[in-house]
Design a protein around this ligand. Sequence first.
Ligand code: ADP
Ligand code: MG
Length: 348
Amino acid sequence: SAIELEGVVKEYVSHGEVVQAVKGVTLDIAEGEFFSLLGPSGCGKTTTMRMIAGFEEPSKGVIRLHGRDVTDVPPNKRDVNMVFQSYALFPHMSVWDNVAFGLKQKKTPQDEIKRRVEEMLAIVDLTGREKRRPREMSGGQQQRVALARALVNRPRALLLDEPLGALDLKLRQAMQLELKRIQREVGITFVYVTHDQNEALTMSDRIAVMKDGLIEQLAPPREIYERPATTFVAGFIGTSNLLSGTATGGVLKLGGGRVLVPGREGEVAVTVRPEKITLTTQEPASDVSALPGTVSEVVYLGTYNSYAVKLADGAEITVFEQNAHDATVTAERGDSVWLSWQAQHSYV
Ligand code: ADP
Ligand code: MG
């Protein structure tokens, strides 16, 4: 594996109090993987990255890079490179000189510098812009210069801490695909930090969802979305509906309806995604989960409609309905409706 963390803890002393920024993280990132750390602000993502890069020393635990224990190795001897949200380009230098900087420092021969900078600029799609200064470029272009500058040294792993945070939505989405392409092309391990769930879902081979200094779930995007391990993950990734209560004989009875939870007894928490729920005015068949409710909101969102439906116990359920060609809605505000979904779409 490329990067291993074993029981890594980071404590800071702040105003005489011990703060545990990272409370015990164990993970194993494969060579060539696009791996994301995802979680809300303050959950310990940056601290984890800074320990991998070597800018912070763990209070406890071990970090291994490509099989070698680097816990006490300084950043410049680690064979990883980091890209930040603020690109920190040299403003007075051209694009070419920004990218070539590290190689010149290492006294790399001129012709090799030329070859490698050219190759890198082609990969980030900036050929022809060599003479520009950072301020003459857009945010997305500057981010690509920063990326080229980090990659030109051929690190075995690249750490990216919210690198697209400063860009507007459109550009960010374009850059997500661009980053994914670049990673495929150079074939090195990327560790990507973000608080944006869509970003993580779009780009990653695997995602570690963090909360309060701990990993809540570590899995591929599809599994994180379809089978959230905790209610926190379910709530943080996409929109989800959470139902809970006591199941008897594999059925959870709720507000005049039922949620099928085959094989379950006792206290359960069930997540069901808005797009898995069908909204009807007729009572559904008996072999599906079915809950009666009243439509409290209908929002037209172009490709789909979003409904808020209030259940008898006051809970509100979100339902997404793909827009048909005629763009009609199944129900209006105030209508009595049934919500139904197949047992396999309840994740307990
Ligand atoms: P994230 O990147 O997920 O937003 P951070 O890793 O930056 O989170 O921070 C995690 C926690 O550690 C936060 O509560 C933060 O205030 C605290 N923290 C980070 N760096 C320091 C520091 N140098 N001294 C004291 N506390 C810190
Ligand atoms: Mg951070």
